[in-house]
Design a protein around this ligand. Structure first.
Ligand SMILES: *[C@@H]1O[C@H](CO)[C@@H](O)[C@H](O)[C@H]1NC(C)=O
Ligand SMILES: *[C@@H]1O[C@H](CO)[C@@H](O)[C@H](O)[C@H]1NC(C)=O
Ligand SMILES: *[C@@H]1O[C@H](CO)[C@@H](O)[C@H](O)[C@H]1NC(C)=O
Ligand SMILES: *[C@@H]1O[C@H](CO)[C@@H](O)[C@H](O)[C@H]1NC(C)=O
Ligand SMILES: *[C@@H]1O[C@H](CO)[C@@H](O)[C@H](O)[C@H]1NC(C)=O
Ligand SMILES: *[C@@H]1O[C@H](CO)[C@@H](O)[C@H](O)[C@H]1NC(C)=O
Ligand SMILES: *[C@@H]1O[C@H](CO)[C@@H](O)[C@H](O)[C@H]1NC(C)=O
Ligand SMILES: *[C@@H]1O[C@H](CO)[C@@H](O)[C@H](O)[C@H]1NC(C)=O
Ligand SMILES: *[C@@H]1O[C@H](CO)[C@@H](O)[C@H](O)[C@H]1NC(C)=O
Ligand SMILES: *[C@@H]1O[C@H](CO)[C@@H](O)[C@H](O)[C@H]1NC(C)=O
Ligand SMILES: *[C@@H]1O[C@H](CO)[C@@H](O)[C@H](O)[C@H]1NC(C)=O
Length: 667
């Protein structure tokens, strides 16, 4: 929007030119002073009107400015001159901005810091270039709100209370270059917003509630050079989210909930120079995440989960790399070798281990002290050792070089906690890395002593990428202490975690009972997200066959009782609730449903007179263990061995005189 001036190169005829110039200047002064008079005369009360440069912007000439800032205005001022080019209404008390007059010369309107919640007749400002509405009370923007404002190049709607913006709200803003929507309450980023704004260069959407970035959101936005999405709630970025951003140079995704960023996301932005991912729950940087990108500045700071930094493979232009204030124990030496353009590396405030892994850092510092060499390490005065114990809290710079050997024993870097409580049927993943020179190998030691080394698969156990142990459809017998061992020629190190596998806390009880019917109730079925199906089963325990009457329950159903009728008196029945887990292949497709576990209880149907006495003897409870993978028969139903639970089934009994039966046994 800044108009550049043309400087013509004239030769000769200086006298004539100077004369003409003088004449023009005189005329100019006259006309402008004449206008100045008229201008002042037309000034709305309490406002100031002057011809001046607008400093904050790039209009490079003197403009007719009406300044009504902080004058207590509660409406659009009356009697604004048609000549006005800049109108400042900021810091007033305007609630409804009703533009009462066509202002065809108005280029700049600042109505920020008011209480505007509605705007009328924007179309009267057909030549407007900048509209500043930040810090107002706008809630909603309708389709067509800005139609006809084809010269608008800057629109600032930040710091409002926007909850929704319709899909075609920005229709007609064909010349828009800067759009600021920060600090609102927006949950969506609609790709339709951008359809009418092919010239958009800068888009700010920080401090909103965006949960994800969808595929092709910025498609066809070849002119976008800067996107800021700081402080949203972004957790997921779809694979093609950044498709089409061929000119994007700056992307800021700081302070979100992003745990993973892949090369596939980034490669779509061929011209990306600056990328900020600070303050996200990323725990690992993969070797290839940034390869072949033209990034010059990469900021990966303040990530309390970032403990693993693999090398940066082929990022040829990367000059500045921020890795400080993370949880990195070691910074790979390969970082230096794989980043030929690196000049500024910030690694302070990490819990560095001062052994062979930090040798290259020490050498880098020593070189700088001894010669004029300029280290790539920035702020070496805060490079502090965290381990081994004897060097803890010491400045790396002050430790003698002799402390740092060229090789040292393996250390584990476990990404797991000291214990886990896992529900039966779920998948457990434990991830473990290592440092040490030479490169250690990782060995998993299962609770029963079996070791798994390298990327192997054993039954439901699998080691993925040499570092992640996955246990699928976990059973109670899988519980115990899992150990990760890192080993090299200089020694080994072990980390462990204790895993307890729990059944689900389902309780069954009778809510009413007579000689031939029973109503059973239960709780605990409403929680578990992986459960796709529940069934109640009922069986006469006197019958030798294990045939159950089956009642399907919808998952998350709100009904927590069921009545079985026409039961035989003097008979023990077994009631079970079991639950099933959908088994997913590659995360998406449901391929099967398998029984995982359940609870059972038995009731003895009797007559009113024999209540209570011999019950304990007659009641049984099933405690078999269910093996979800043992049977591949798609529909498993009739014989269901059920696992006993850590939480035994509940035991409500003859709580009143009419309740005849109790079912309790706890062997
Ligand atoms: C101008 O300012 C004075 C003093 O602040 C105030 O009393 C008066 O109402 C204002 N006039 C208008 C038209 O706002
Ligand atoms: C408008 O007036 C306010 C207060 O008088 C002043 O702070 C501000 O700089 C002025 N703005 C312009 C563009 O002259
Ligand atoms: C606006 O201009 C009209 C005509 O010049 C005049 O009568 C009126 O008093 C002015 N209003 C204000 C608030 O200055
Ligand atoms: C996003 O695009 C990727 C790659 O084309 C595709 O695999 C994925 O299914 C898309 N996601 C959605 C939600 O459409
Ligand atoms: C990084 O990846 C590249 C290409 O896959 C490979 O050549 C290189 O050895 C890897 N570096 C490390 C440290 O894993
Ligand atoms: C470890 O425990 C903390 C606190 O309970 C939790 O926030 C974190 O996600 C756990 N980490 C892993 C890898 O499970
Ligand atoms: C140890 O557990 C694994 C996984 O369940 C199993 O495959 C293996 O046979 C067990 N080894 C022994 C000696 O029990
Ligand atoms: C796993 O370890 C083996 C042997 O140490 C190695 O050859 C292989 O490349 C490693 N795989 C991965 C994905 O790191
Ligand atoms: C540990 O590494 C040493 C040397 O590489 C090797 O001899 C030993 O067998 C390894 N131990 C295990 C348990 O792999
Ligand atoms: C697990 O590790 C902790 C601390 O590292 C140690 O105290 C404990 O003895 C280990 N447990 C087992 C079973 O190895
Ligand atoms: C289910 O009921 C039992 C017994 O009344 C109670 O102790 C338990 O907390 C309940 N469980 C849930 C998940 O509501």
């Amino acid at each position: 929007m800044c108009e550049s001036r043309n400087y013509l190169d004239w030769n000769g005829k200086w006298n004539v030119l100077i004369y003409i110039w003088l004449m023009i200047s005189i005329l100019d002064i006259r006309s402008s002073s004449a206008e100045q008079v008229k201008w002042d005369a037309m000034c709305p009360s309490n406002c100031t009107c002057k011809l001046d440069n607008l400093k904050s912007n790039c209009f490079q000439r003197q403009m007719k400015i009406v300044n009504c800032s902080s004058t207590g205005l509660s409406n659009f001022p009356v009697n604004v001159s048609m000549e006005t080019e800049v109108l400042i209404l900021s810091s007033n008390n305007i609630k409804k901005l009703d533009i009462n007059k066509k202002l065809k010369k108005l280029q700049y309107l600042d109505a920020s810091n008011n209480k505007i919640h509605v705007i009328y007749h924007l179309e009267k400002l057909s030549r407007l270039k900048t509209l500043d509405l930040h810090k107002n009370s706008l809630i909603y923007i309708q389709n067509g709100c800005f139609s006809g404002m084809k010269y608008l190049s800057t629109l600032d709607l930040s710091d409002n209370n926007l909850h929704a913006i319709e899909k075609h709200a920005f229709g007609g803003l064909n010349g828009l270059q800067r759009l600021y929507l920060d600090s609102n309450k927006l949950y969506f980023l609609e790709k339709q917003w951008f359809i009418g704004m092919p010239s958009l260069r800068i888009f700010h959407f920080s401090r909103n509630f965006l949960p994800k970035i969808e595929n092709n959101t910025f498609e066809n936005m070849q002119n976008l050079i800067e996107i800021k999405l700081i402080h949203n709630k972004i957790q997921r970025i779809e694979k093609n989210a950044f498709h089409g951003l061929t000119e994007l140079s700056m992307l800021d995704l700081s302070s979100n909930k992003i745990s993973h960023i892949s090369h596939q996301h980034l490669q779509q932005m061929k011209n990306l120079k600056v990328l900020r991912l600070d303050d996200n729950p990323i725990y690992k940087i993969h070797n290839g995440s940034f390869h072949s990108l033209n990034i010059k500045m990469l900021s990966l700071r303040y990530m309390p989960k970032l403990v693993i930094q693999k090398a940066f493979f082929n990022v040829p232009l990367l000059k500045t790399l921020y890795l400080h204030n993370n949880r990195l124990v070691a910074i790979s030496e390969k970082i230096k070798r794989s980043l030929p353009s690196l000049r500024n590396l910030h690694i302070y405030n990490n819990p560095l281990r001062c052994d062979c892994n930090a040798l290259w850092v020490k050498q880098e510092l020593a070189k700088e002290q001894a010669t004029n060499y300029v280290s790539i390490l920035v702020d070496d005065s805060v490079l502090i050792c965290d381990s081994p114990k004897e060097y803890s809290r010491m400045l790396l710079k002050q430790l003698p070089v002799s402390v740092f050997h060229s090789e040292c024993a393996a250390r584990t870097i476990p990404l797991f906690n000291s214990s886990y409580n896992i529900n039966i049927g779920e998948e457990m993943r434990l991830e473990c890395h290592s440092i040490g020179i030479p490169d250690p190998e990782i060995i998993w030691i299962l609770p029963n002593g079996t070791t798994l080394q390298g990327s192997v698969k054993l039954d439901r156990y699998e080691v993925i990428n040499n570092c992640t142990l996955a246990v699928r459809h976990i059973r109670t017998s899988d519980g115990g202490v899992f150990k990760c061992k890192a080993n090299n020629t200089h020694g080994y190190d072990i980390s462990n975690t204790s895993v307890t596998v729990s059944n689900m806390p389902i309780h069954i009880y009778t809510s009413s009972i007579s000689a031939d019917f029973v109503t059973i109730g239960w709780n605990g079925t409403s929680y578990w997200s992986m459960v796709s199906d529940y069934q109640i089963q009922c069986r006469d325990t006197h019958q030798s066959s294990l045939s159950y009457q089956i009642i399907h329950l919808r998952p998350f159903s709100n009904h927590y009782s069921y009545t079985f009728k026409n039961l035989k008196p003097q008979t023990t029945y077994e009631f079970c609730i079991d639950h099933h887990v959908a088994i997913y292949a590659s995360g998406i497709t449901r391929i099967n449903s398998k029984l995982v576990a359940g609870v059972c209880t038995t009731f003895f149907m009797t007559c009113a007179l024999c209540c209570g006495v011999a019950i304990a003897k007659k009641f049984k409870k099933r405690k078999d263990y269910l093996d979800p993978t043992a049977e591949e028969k798609g529909d498993f139903l009739p014989q269901i061995p059920l696992e006993n639970l850590n939480n035994p089934p509940s035991t409500p009994l003859c709580s009143s005189r009419t309740a005849l039966i109790s079912a309790e046994s706890n062997s």
